[in-house]
Design a protein around this ligand. Structure first.
Ligand SMILES: *[C@@H]1O[C@H](CO)[C@@H](O)[C@H](O)[C@H]1NC(C)=O
Length: 233
């Protein structure tokens, strides 16, 4: 009895909460490197469509694609998302993505949590997005959750003709089995509360992370990345 009341309560909390979650993909037309990069295909499906499908499979049904380009808007609709007209100023090369996010938030005042998905990370899994949303509240509420991959790279800094280790001691090189490594932001997704986005931040010091494998965190920036992504999918 108590159990079913609890289930009912948590379900109703979840259902009211989920209405306040916005899912956004920023997809400019004027991408550097590969022109119209988001429309490039991996495994026969465009990067943009893949990101939309991944979001929808993680039960995030209302996916919005903010774009300044008609072909990208068309692809968004084809793949079940809603296009949002991105203004010219937030779609320039130098405009930070937080501007694109804020522009969208200003016209959607009901949203209090935003999931920003990067279409250039085609190996993101729906379960990882679900986990990210979960981690926003469990085990304790945080302001932000983002994707990371673990790295065991030993990093060095070059200065004045010498090299210095950055994350280890030369006399005590870490062994992989007793070093937890470092977390590298993959850029695949960011879940942030509106409160911090309005301050211009995706993250603060009250964040949690979702770990993905190094392979899953592949980011498509160049034609060779496209080749790798096609080989992996
Ligand atoms: C972290 O964020 C949550 C959700 O906004 C908040 O309830 C909590 O007080 C914050 N914790 C700290 C230490 O700021």
């Amino acid at each position: 009895m108590l159990c079913s009341v609890l289930v009912f309560l948590s379900l109703s909390i979840l259902s009211t909460k989920s209405q306040d979650i916005g899912v956004l993909i920023l997809a400019r037309g004027g991408s550097k490197g590969i022109p119209l990069k988001n429309l490039q295909t991996v495994g026969g499906i465009s990067l943009l469509c893949r990101a939309i499908i991944t979001a929808r499979r993680s039960d995030l049904k209302q996916v919005v694609v903010s774009t300044d380009h008609p072909l990208i808007a068309l692809e968004a609709v084809t793949c079940g998302a809603t296009p949002f007209k991105r203004s010219k100023v937030t779609a320039t090369d130098w405009a930070p993505s937080i501007w694109g996010v804020q522009e969208y938030l200003w016209s959607n005042s009901e949203i209090n949590t935003l999931v920003l998905i990067q279409a250039t990370s085609p190996l993101t899994k729906p379960s990882q997005l679900r986990l990210a949303l979960n981690k926003l509240n469990i085990p304790k509420p945080v302001d932000c959750v983002f994707s990371v991959a673990r790295s065991y790279s030993l990093r060095w800094r070059y200065e004045n003709g010498n090299v210095f280790p950055l994350n280890f001691h030369v006399f005590n090189r870490p062994r992989r089995q007793d070093w937890k490594g470092e977390l590298i932001e993959t850029g695949a997704f960011y879940v942030s509360r509106r409160t911090i986005l309005e301050k211009g931040l995706f993250q603060n010091n009250n964040c949690s992370v979702v770990e993905m494998s190094v392979v899953e965190s592949l980011e498509v920036d160049s034609y060779s990345d496209l080749l790798i992504a096609n080989a992996l999918i």
